[in-house]
Design a protein around this ligand. Structure first.
Ligand SMILES: *Cc1c(COP(=O)(O)O)cnc(C)c1O
Length: 457
């Protein structure tokens, strides 16, 4: 091992970027449970998925044995415009905290969409184009995914139709305009454009929407439009697969400097950035080559791992998508209009759910005001203005670094800084004005939602 002085920013060469994505399922003893058809409750086949999803993506979704998938050259060329992403040594934060811990973060905010989501958007747009499709539909919560997808679609000349969760549509008009600038059409969800949207509006008049609603609308729209398929920005295994570019680069960068992570932390909405960051390291752990602590951080307002149940559930409020076995709060759970827009999904990716069930990963939940305290602290010290989602990981990285200060342990902490928060200034404003609350669902609310889970097993 070399022992070089570690710079503030570790940049890899273009030639050191991964040429393949890593599929952690290949190394898992307990595989995640199969997707089920919502009508027959039988395992979903590739054929059953093909009216809704792109062919190549279906293969990736269902494959549990192939450890590596080649990243197509067209996708790698696009990656080169904003990757490799730097792994940053948080020297200033360490100094400020007076911790013996070493803190690193992988920064994914260096592209116009402002988050890691572009890593999967460009792959999905590529496969849609390759299949000869005309366009794609999708949902977006906070807006990062819709932005990333509209960038990717404009690059490959595809039409892009986005259903945006209504509260974000209203809170983030500039996000909407970025998407339109890249040529996408944007509809607030629930809308009256789809049957499922109309139904949800009848049942919950005045609702500010949820990812689950928007997914149902986007899926319905894809089914009704000739030459369109539905794509999505998180939760599914294909997305986690594409996001492993984050973890693979991190692994290469650490190796280059002879560093070994002890704790790896990521925020968890649907699980794609966390899964992408930890997969290669989890692979080492599963193969018995190294050990790590992995920590998923979720908002206390939407705590699917820490307070959810591990069960088959619908992925969308309208119950038209395949059923997935996952840690879930129930698909009828509509989280409060919390600002952690990108973490407001009721369930967790099935790979991460299985790893958590098997005790291979930990999870904690944090309250919104604690998250914004960490965001502000971090911005003032390290300079980057983090997305509120990313600040969940910052919060716990700081907490772990403070524990090291108490015990004197020199641990190496790595966390994912998934994006920037320039479009989240409404939330920052609330925080700066001292008007931010900490909504946490009651046990009764969760029980009411669990009671509506499908009865399968
Ligand atoms: C969407 C998003 C997340 C959460 O999504 P995952 O699929 O859980 O990664 C986290 N951070 C940012 C900046 C996001 O845009």
């Amino acid at each position: 091992m070399e022992n070089k002085k570690i710079p503030y920013k570790i940049y890899l060469e273009e030639s050191e970027m991964p040429k393949e994505w890593y599929n952690v399922r290949a190394d898992m003893k307990n595989k995640p449970a199969p997707l089920l058809d919502p009508e027959t409750l039988q395992p979903m086949t590739a054929e059953g998925l093909s009216p809704v999803f792109c062919e190549e993506l279906i293969k990736q979704e269902l494959d549990e044995t192939t450890p590596y998938f080649e990243i197509p050259e067209e996708v790698r060329n696009f990656y080169k415009m904003y990757r490799p992403a730097p792994l940053i040594r948080a020297y200033c934060l360490e100094e400020k905290l007076q911790t013996p811990a070493k803190i690193y973060y992988k920064f994914e905010g260096n592209n116009t969409s402002g988050s890691h989501k572009l890593n999967s958007a460009i792959a999905q747009a590529y496969y849609a184009k390759k299949q000869g499709l005309k366009g794609v539909t999708t949902e977006t919560g906070a807006g990062q995914w819709g932005t990333a997808l509209s960038m990717a679609c404009s690059y490959f000349g595809l039409d892009c139709k986005v259903y945006m969760v209504k509260c974000s549509y209203e809170q983030k008009p500039f996000r909407r305009e970025v998407m339109r600038t890249y040529g996408a059409s944007v509809t607030p969800s629930p809308s009256t454009e789809t049957e499922v949207g109309k139904k949800i509006l009848l049942e919950h008049p005045g609702t500010t929407g949820s990812l689950g609603c928007a997914i149902s609308e986007a899926v319905e729209a894809a089914g009704n439009l000739e030459g369109y398929r539905y794509v999505l920005g998180s939760v599914m295994n294909q997305v986690l697969l594409h996001q492993t570019v984050i973890g693979l680069e991190t692994q290469t960068a650490l190796k280059k400097y002879g560093e070994k992570a002890d704790i790896i932390i990521g925020c968890a909405g649907g699980g794609s950035n966390l899964g992408g960051l930890i997969s290669p390291f989890m692979g080492e752990k599963l193969r018995g080559e190294a050990d790590y602590r992995f920590i998923a951080v979720e908002p206390a307002s939407c705590p699917s791992l820490t307070r959810g149940v591990y069960a088959y559930d619908y992925s969308d409020t309208g119950r038209i998508c395949p059923l997935e076995k996952m840690y879930t709060l129930g698909s009828s759970f509509i989280p409060s209009a919390s600002h952690a827009g990108g973490l407001r999904y009721h369930g967790m990716n099935s790979v991460l759910s299985q790893l958590y069930e098997d005790g291979l990963m930990e999870a904690v939940s944090v309250k919104q005001t604690e998250v914004f305290e960490a965001a502000q602290y971090f911005a003032r010290i390290e300079g980057i203005l983090p997305a509120p989602e990313s600040a969940h990981a910052i919060r716990v990285a700081i907490d772990e670094a403070l524990k090291c200060k108490e015990t004197g342990e020199e641990k190496t902490i790595v966390f994912g800084l998934t994006g920037t928060g320039y479009f989240d200034m409404y939330a920052y404003q609330k925080f700066n004005d001292g008007q931010m609350g900490d909504y946490v669902p009651t046990d009764e609310e969760l029980q009411a939602s669990f009671a509506k889970l499908p009865k399968i097993n």
